[in-house]
Ligand binder design. Structure first.
Ligand SMILES: [Zn+2]
Ligand SMILES: [Zn+2]
Length: 249
């Protein structure tokens, strides 16, 4: 008679037990303290770097901090194709680490947390939501589009329709983070195709991070060409100028 359970079955049961323990007694992802079933404990959640309140007034278009008026100088002199950006967090520790954990370590459990943060910071109601598209090659490599995972939860929580395939990324561009600022707009030019007729629609584009805004601007340009009346970026974490200097990019 052979062993009662094969190695595969033993391994499978061990994985199930670990998963079960995680469900029964979850701890905070950041401090490993008790979190009452949530991904983050209340103090860690309260400590996340929020955009609203922490940095005074923000540009109504790109969400960067401003000292006077309603728009920053850059948006006034060269208005982007998008109209508004809404972001719950700044791209600073530990929000940046959480964003990277979803994108690069496949921690999909973070998508509902980000989705709910975006949903509760919404300051206007768009007609439809689309995720920032990912090129096919990148999607195959990563196995998921983090923007789509987050967008699904925003749609579920707000009841706003999600159009996951309305736009496609047809050119696999170099990662924006690897490029100097000035080259980012050129890198994403003609990267998207929108098949839908968006006439008179207010479109919200969900993405995880916004740095120079070049990618959102290029997609918004396409959406406007497809008839969109207004384009809003719903971004988990907005990179601020201080962070730019620290990164030396
Ligand atoms: Zn904690
Ligand atoms: Zn601005």
């Amino acid at each position: 008679m052979g062993p009662l359970l094969s190695n595969f079955q033993v391994g499978f049961l061990a994985t199930c037990t670990k998963f079960g323990q995680r469900l029964i007694a979850p701890s905070c992802l950041l401090c490993a303290g008790a979190s009452a079933g949530a991904l983050l404990c209340a103090p860690c959640d309260a400590d996340l770097p929020r955009l609203a309140g922490e940095h005074g007034e923000h540009c109504d278009t790109c969400a960067l901090p401003i000292t006077s008026g309603t728009r920053c100088g850059a948006c006034l002199t060269q208005p982007p194709s998008y109209d508004h950006v809404c972001a719950p967090f700044t791209y600073a520790f530990p929000a940046d680490a959480l964003v990277q954990a979803l994108k690069y370590r496949g921690m999909l459990a973070l998508a509902p947390l980000f989705g709910s943060a975006i949903a509760s910071s919404l300051d206007e109601r768009p007609d439809v939501i689309i995720p920032m598209p990912l090129a096919d090659a990148r999607l195959r490599e990563r196995g998921f589009n983090q923007a789509q995972e987050i967008a699904r939860h925003v749609a579920k929580l707000t009841g706003i329709p999600l159009l996951p395939r309305a736009c496609r990324k047809v050119r696999d561009t170099a990662p924006q983070a690897a490029l100097p600022w000035k080259e980012r707009a050129k890198n994403v030019r003609k990267a998207f195709v929108c098949d839908e007729d968006f006439s008179s629609k207010h479109i919200a584009v969900v993405d995880d991070v916004m740095t120079t805004g070049a990618t959102l601007n290029e997609l918004a340009r396409n959406l406007k060409q497809a008839g969109a009346a207004r384009v809003t970026g719903l971004i988990v974490a907005r990179t601020l100028p201080d962070a730019f200097r620290t990164l030396n990019v």
